[in-house]
Design a binder for this molecule. Sequence first.
Ligand SMILES: [Zn+2]
Length: 69
Amino acid sequence: MKIIKCRDLGFKCDFMAAGSNQDEVKKTILDHIEKEHKDELDKISEDDITHLKHRVSTLLGRSCGCGAL
Ligand SMILES: [Zn+2]
């Protein structure tokens, strides 16, 4: 069981994505962020968004495959 909290990614939000499949959980949280935190996403840089995605992968306990953690 993997759980990722929106709060852990720096948003003031109580949303949690949970599931047994890492890819599903990652998709759920990223979809949520894109929908619910669009304003925040618009304000941060491309680099920060990449960093955010790395952080999701790291929190789920694996590298995203690009080699950067
Ligand atoms: Zn959220």
